[in-house]
Design a binder for this molecule. Structure first.
Ligand SMILES: Cc1cc2nc3c(=O)[nH]c(=O)nc-3n(C[C@H](O)[C@H](O)[C@H](O)COP(=O)(O)OP(=O)(O)OC[C@H]3O[C@@H](n4cnc5c(N)ncnc54)[C@H](O)[C@@H]3O)c2cc1C
Length: 455
């Protein structure tokens, strides 16, 4: 069956039994273990087109691997064709147009490395090994969201291989409906081989927050943070809180091993000395355990959290948005943290506001533009405790769902969940279905938060 495709792309086609097949089908979340019928390791748009045409003709579903980091493991599928973009990672800065041309398999680190040579940045996320494609297509929350919006808000054009295998330019003028759909509607509409992202002046040095407090002070700290955010400028609102249990790592003093802490990260997205003054109150919310806040290169800060997310982990995750963090929500969350089944948990509360929330809810598919916080929870399972992790994640989601904003979740942080999908898109869902019916009526691209054609 695969002879025709093999004639076209040769050794870039991997079938079960090929030694590279096993390695290539792995995704970041090792709890996902799926076996595609074949993998196309793409080196060009032509490879992508050949793979998509072949899948369509042979009625195979398609999974797309950008950076392979989605917690749901959507980059790989059972029995379908996996389009692997991990060899397509080039990033080119066009200074005259202030855009970055970024291939669909690039990571956030690839982008920062190139754009920071010019003192420019694309607003992306906070861990450098994450793929930009999945992140941008479903939103994209990073330290620049308050000042410059989400990653999807900064897509100004794309090259997309649609379900018929044709590559098209997509922007405000060409295929405007599809251009709208890819700015938040996920990988439902085709394979993005190249993005054009708007660039902004950032760094190279920024004032960066890095404070750690004892988790026992969390309630008071979160209340004070909310008061700070009420009056903070756009440059200072993108603050991330991470509650976790510190590992017994050699670089930490023994007294901190297994300690439950809450960390503050974020940058001041403008002048460095102004940042020092404006972010000062966030360093004095309680007695800090550690404070490494200071001036540092933006590209370096973008990698700061990398060591906290190990490769090859079995992960269960969930997410919810909130209007405000009431005492009831904070108490419930703290109870869950103190009663977590595994030591490796990450409970993150990210403040939302500024530019990302000024974009009208229907301007892009990403509809949740009026929440104040998003909760992102991950439980990393050790041997044998997968079920406990899953149950804990479900209990966090179920317990907090009634208090959440529009019962919506951040789709980049939650596995398959139909209700969460429609709730995330709100009134944009119907328009997304129409566009899906036009560009992918057979639902070839269904390994994602799927927008199902109604016919
Ligand atoms: C360690 C870690 C840190 C993270 N940090 C952040 C963060 O700071 N901010 C944030 O917003 N999110 C963050 N996330 C979540 C992240 O946004 C999602 O995991 C995102 O899906 C990653 O994109 P990817 O390309 O690596 O994913 P993949 O698993 O490769 O793909 C995810 C989805 O996108 C589709 N897709 C991928 N590439 C393409 C393409 N080229 N064309 C069309 N569809 C495509 C896939 O089909 C799949 O459905 C983080 C995740 C991890 C694991």
């Amino acid at each position: 069956m695969f002879n025709i495709l093999e004639n076209q792309i040769g050794s870039r086609l991997l079938l079960p039994g090929n030694e590279r097949y096993e390695e290539t089908r792995k995704v970041w979340n090792t709890a996902v273990d799926k076996q595609p019928a074949a993998i196309v390791v793409c080196e060009s748009e032509e490879d992508v087109s050949a793979g998509v045409k072949f899948a369509k003709e042979n009625h195979l579903s398609i999974s797309i691997r950008g950076g392979g980091h989605h917690v749901g493991g959507f980059a790989v599928c059972d029995g379908g064709l996996m389009i692997d973009l991990s060899q397509m990672r080039s990033v080119v800065v066009d200074e005259s147009r202030q855009v970055a041309l970024v291939e669909g398999g690039a990571t956030l680190g690839d982008i920062d490395l190139e754009t920071q040579k010019y003192g420019l940045a694309v607003p992306t996320g906070t861990v450098s090994e994450t793929g930009v494609a999945g992140l941008a297509l479903n939103g994209g929350l990073g330290y620049l969201r308050g000042k410059y919006g989400l990653t999807c808000d900064n897509i100004v054009g794309a090259r997309v291989v649609t379900a018929d295998g044709k590559a098209i330019d997509v922007n405000e003028e060409n295929h405007p409906n599809l251009f709208w759909a890819i700015r938040g509607g996920g990988g439902n509409f085709g394979v993005v081989t190249k993005f054009e992202f708007a660039l902004h002046n950032v760094g190279p040095e920024v004032f960066a927050l890095d404070v750690m407090y004892d988790l026992k002070d969390a309630k008071e700290i979160i209340q004070k943070l909310q008061a700070f955010l009420e009056q903070a400028p756009d440059e200072a609102v993108s603050i991330n809180l991470t509650a976790t249990v510190l590992p017994p790592a050699p670089f930490l003093p023994e007294i901190l091993h297994f300690k439950k802490v809450i960390m503050f990260t974020g940058i001041y997205a403008e002048d460095v000395s102004e940042g020092e003054t404006i972010l000062k109150p966030l360093r004095e919310l309680a007695e800090p355990i550690m404070d490494h806040t200071g001036v540092m290169p933006f590209a370096e800060y973008q990698k700061k959290l990398d060591p906290m997310v190990p490769e090859h982990v079995r992960v269960y995750g969930t997410s919810l948005y909130f209007d405000q963090l009431t005492d009831e929500i904070i108490d419930q969350l703290l109870y869950k943290i103190y009663n977590a089944p595994a030591p490796s948990i990450l409970v993150q509360l990210w403040a939302l506001g500024g530019e990302m929330n000024r974009v009208p809810a229907t301007a892009t598919p990403y509809a949740i533009r009026d929440a104040k916080f998003v909760l992102l929870v991950d439980c990393m399972a050790m041997a044998g405790d997968d079920d406990l992790c899953k149950q804990w994640i479900d209990s966090v989601y179920g317990g907090l769902l009634p208090f959440s904003h529009k019962k919506a979740s951040y789709l980049n942080a939650i596995g398959s969940n139909e209700e969460a999908t429609t709730n995330a898109f709100q009134e944009n869902y119907a328009r997304l279905v129409e566009i899906k019916e036009k560009y992918d009526p057979e639902n070839l691209f269904r390994h994602n938060h799927n927008i199902k054609p109604s016919k």
